[in-house]
Design a protein around this ligand. Structure first.
Ligand code: HEC
Length: 220
């Protein structure tokens, strides 16, 4: 009997430990877009219009699910407790929620921005060039189409710009105008490097960057 108890306790300890490890692993994955799980099967695909459309549709749905998961929680908190509490939620939960949707869907979902709030969401390298192009197109009143562009390992990556709407100004607007100064102060405490204020309705806030780690695109 004693032996069984010792065995069960050690199993629990080991599984508890590995859960923690897994979490750390997935957090790493959330940050490096092209890292894939070792055991994941990778399929090579050839470009075609219908494939591109299918990838766009899948990634768009994933973005909408993430937006819904984040937005629902955010709206509920702003309404129930005020934006200050929602900011606390964001600083703890936004990344975790995005990562867990990523894990559930087998994709790598990110919201990146040039004027970021969380430095982990900064557009860098090729993503920054793609975002600049969206900004130029937006300034020139051109359409801002969603795109599929492979990363350096060939994994298809979905891009779609995110615009600011009136609701967003509560936390991304101009302090003292559309944004309560106390809230602005609270945000500064949580995000000392915050660059994501001063936005106006309709401006470009950032973009969805969604990587498919399970596919590799053949060169066109
Ligand atoms: C209650 C405050 C609040 C509201 C309202 C809000 N945001 Fe944010 N937003 C935040 C916080 C806090 C973060 C940082 C989250 C994190 O740590 O990952 C953030 C991060 C983001 C990011 C990720 C890039 C970055 O800068 O870190 C995007 C994109 C974004 N918000 C867009 C929007 C849009 C679009 C709206 C309106 C539909 C909106 N937000 C409404 C507080 C808010």
């Amino acid at each position: 009997m004693k032996k069984i108890t010792v065995f069960l306790v050690s199993v629990l300890l080991v599984t508890g430990w590995s859960c923690k490890e897994q979490k750390q692993h997935s957090r790493k994955q959330g940050m490096a877009s092209h890292q894939i799980k070792k055991e994941q099967k990778v399929i090579t695909l050839e470009w075609s219009d219908s494939l591109e459309k299918a990838l766009k549709d899948t990634a768009y749905k994933a973005a909408m699910i993430t937006q819904r998961v984040l937005g629902k929680k955010l709206h509920a908190l702003v309404k129930a407790k005020g934006p200050e509490h929602a900011v606390e939620f964001c600083s703890n939960e936004a990344m975790r929620l995005t990562d867990s949707v990523s894990e559930a869907l087998g994709l790598n979902i990110k919201r990146l921005a040039k004027k970021y709030r969380n430095p982990k969401n900064e557009t860098i390298g090729k993503d920054s060039i793609i975002f600049k192009k969206y900004i130029l197109d937006w300034l020139g009143h051109h359409p801002l189409p969603e795109k599929i562009i492979p990363d350096e390992d060939g994994h298809p990556v979905y891009y779609n710009p995110i615009k600011v709407s009136h609701f967003c100004l509560t936390c991304h607007g101009e302090p003292g105008k559309t944004m309560n100064p106390e809230l602005a102060e609270k945000i500064k405490q949580h995000y000392p490097d915050d660059k994501a204020t001063g936005f106006k309705d309709g401006q470009l806030r950032g973009m969805w960057v969604i990587t498919f780690p399970q596919y590799i695109m053949k060169k066109r």
